[in-house]
Design a protein around this ligand. Sequence first.
Ligand code: BV8
Length: 255
Amino acid sequence: MDQHEPIQRITSWLNDARSVVVLTGAGISAESGLATFRDPEEGLWAKYDPMELATIDAFNRDPELVTRWYHWRFTKAREVEPNPGHHALARLEQRLLERDRSVTIVTQNVDGLHQRAGSKRVVEIHGTILRWRCTKTGAEKSLEDLSFEVLPIPSDHGGLMRPCVVWFGEMLPEHALADTFSALEHCDLFLSIGTSATVQPAASFIEVARAAGAKTVEINRDPTPITDLVDCAAHGPSGTLLPAIIDQLRQLDDS
Ligand code: BV8
């Protein structure tokens, strides 16, 4: 299906928007080579369900296995590069800020690729695998200060080190939620990119944006439960569609 018309509409809305919120999911990192949550993982992890591993129960039951899984994931995340979709979002953020507009990238991803592409206004609502904390004291360390010689990793305070991610059944970080809702309540354009729109509360952020009167857009490879809700849906790889939108915005600037 030709995506020319949706791209034109999304470009025009981005050109006029005063306050933009972008929600991203694992799909925006897929073209960097990172597996999404619902696509089969390769190798060892094909027999484990991420939904089972990304839980406090799994960590308490088998801390070594869960530590290995996150070691495998952050090793992959550090080996890959941001893709054209991440870079396009960083350029979009720059363009909006240059025009005194507001923009917030709310990401469900824990891979740090938005920041490596140059995005600054990033809210990590599901945390990050690049920082770990003690299960007893909450004292945090960055990956560089951690040794993975002994697994699970003993903390300095008699506990274990766990990744600073939000597991299923855990509350999202208060400051991240507050920043997200504040941005949603004042936005006039909401884009959902590379997410299956199935994990709560992120999947309901679109409702807050709609209540604020925002236009809503989905850029995703496949249809999702919000596809029929949004004002405009462009289906295809974000690594292609987002650069196409940036090119259209450039043409507007040159015209
Ligand atoms: C909470 C961090 C309050 C870890 C993640 C029972 C008890 C407790 C809670 C619940 C419960 N039942 C339901 C819940 C709520 C639960 C939930 O939503 N469950 C769902 C699954 C039903 N949520 C929670 O538990 C949240 N906390 O509610 O706290 C509470 C507390 C206690 C009791 C009650 C309530 C915490 C949720 C956060 C979980 N942590 N990640 C880690 O990463 O290891 S979630 C995980 O899923 C990732 O963050 C991931 O990003 C996220 C969502 O998945 P997607 O990003 O959308 O990825 P997915 O693979 O699904 O889809 C990819 C999409 O990309 C696809 O649509 C595909 O078409 C598209 N795509 C692929 N390639 C491309 C592409 N698009 C464009 N271009 C491409 N190239």
